[in-house]
Design a protein around this ligand. Structure first.
Ligand SMILES: [Zn+2]
Length: 421
């Protein structure tokens, strides 16, 4: 018989108990034992260790039918903190949060005026440093900085390989931030960050296989398979936007032709609407922008579609069908239970989502037992930085609550930042 490695079992038990404590704000020890199948003495030992580390408090007593009343345990959300960062083509969002993802403080910076990676990253580092400096009570207990960015990301090395949204190529974000901060820094694609957030908090919580779609100016996707985020062999999985859907379509920045992004992304929808205006076609789109193609954006298309404009509806229908073409391929290959959508299009255009559902149903395989459920993320006011912070939280839980390295600002904190490349 194979020898069981006790330390592995102990760690698995610890992770299990920690996750239950984190998920249930208040809980009795006996309940943990029942939920995990562990013995009461084992749970007692693990909980004692967490108490020593300040992760768990006793918050009250239960009622006993004789003997000692059971103690109510409470996870301490304020034991540690996390910094979540989301970078996109519009803004940088930096949030300092506790372990329940309650926002302690946040910074939002408009990105549209500054356009180089260097300027944006310098501002990012500056903002994080200021944020840390302004919170002396939390400063020494920040578990890590999680950064989400749209594009192909080598999460292991922390390098953004390519981002259509930002127009950045080969940016070593982790190394950049390491110049300014010690401690744990994770960099990953923002749709993967969204997926891990859905796995921990959202609709993907009790689901083993699901697909996340971010339908915004670009198209992001991430897969959770067998309960784990799927990265692929080189870490570049999830490039749904670069699945070819037209044999003779235009050359894409990724090197392929006829990629989905050119037909179904927010940018593609805007582009199609702009052509309507430029060609002076009769449509509410033209009327809404008074014939100025430069004023066309997604809101205009949505408004025209809601007003029943056939041209706008046609643009959305075509885009949704292209999306369904690519997504049906993913569904056929991976058999997800659910598709969780996020992003401006999914949130603000129910017409598009209905069209997408219909198209996917039409393109679905005949002989599959279950129809995949399409839902919108229920994280109200979802912020990308929650997703990025989820990576840090997940690592913390998976380590059994170990927190040895905290985030530290390097060097003289009063000095202005200067990037040495
Ligand atoms: Zn492409």
């Amino acid at each position: 018989m194979e020898k069981v490695d006790r330390s592995v079992v102990n760690m698995a038990n610890k992770v299990n108990v920690l996750r239950i404590l984190w998920e249930n704000k208040c809980i009795f020890r006996a309940e943990i034992a029942r939920m995990t199948g562990l013995s009461q003495p084992t749970v007692l030992k693990i909980v004692d260790e967490f108490m020593e580390r300040g992760l768990v408090n006793i918050s009250g007593k239960g009622i006993s039918s004789g003997g000692k009343p059971p103690l109510m345990l409470e996870f301490r959300w304020d034991a540690y903190y996390i910094i979540g960062v989301d970078i996109n083509e519009y803004r940088i969002e930096i949030i300092l949060m506790d372990l329940s993802f309650d926002i302690i403080d946040k910074r939002i910076q408009d990105n549209r005026e500054v356009d180089t990676a260097d300027t944006i990253l310098k501002r990012l580092a500056e903002e994080i440093r200021e944020l840390i400096g302004e919170h002396p009570n939390e400063e020494s207990r920040i578990l890590g900085i999680g950064v989400g960015i749209p594009g192909i990301v080598d999460a292991q090395k922390g390098i953004l390989i390519y981002s259509t949204e930002l127009g950045w190529k080969n940016v070593n974000l982790k190394e950049y931030l390491k110049q300014y901060f010690d401690g744990q820094i994770t960099i990953d694609d923002s749709t993967r960050a969204f997926a891990i957030e859905e796995k921990i908090f959202g609709k993907g919580k009790d689901i083993k296989n699901f697909l996340c779609l971010n339908l915004a100016s670009g198209i992001g996707s991430a897969l959770v398979l067998d309960g784990n985020l799927y990265y692929g062999s080189s870490g570049s999985s999830g490039q749904l936007g670069h699945v070819a859907v037209e044999r003779e379509g235009p050359l894409c920045s990724c090197g392929n032709y006829g990629c989905l992004e050119h037909y179904a992304s927010g940018r593609a929808i805007e582009e199609a609407a702009r052509r309507v205006v430029e060609n002076h076609w009769e449509s509410q789109i033209t009327d809404l922008v008074y014939g100025d193609a430069g004023k066309v954006d997604l809101n205009i298309v949505f408004e025209a579609a809601m007003g029943g404009d056939r041209t706008a509806l046609g643009i959305l229908e075509k885009a949704s069908d292209y999306l369904a073409m690519a997504v049906s391929g993913v569904v056929n290959l991976t058999d997800p239970e659910m598709i969780i959508c996020e992003g401006k299009i999914s949130r603000e255009c129910p017409i598009f989502m209905e069209m997408f559902k219909t198209a996917l149903r039409r393109r679905g395989m005949k002989y599959v037992g279950r129809e995949v459920e399409i839902v919108i993320s229920n994280t109200e006011n979802y912020m990308g930085s929650f997703g990025s912070a989820s990576f840090i939280l997940e690592q913390f839980i998976k380590s059994g609550g170990e927190a040895e390295r905290f985030v530290r600002v390097r060097g003289n904190s009063n000095q202005r930042l200067d990037y040495v490349g």
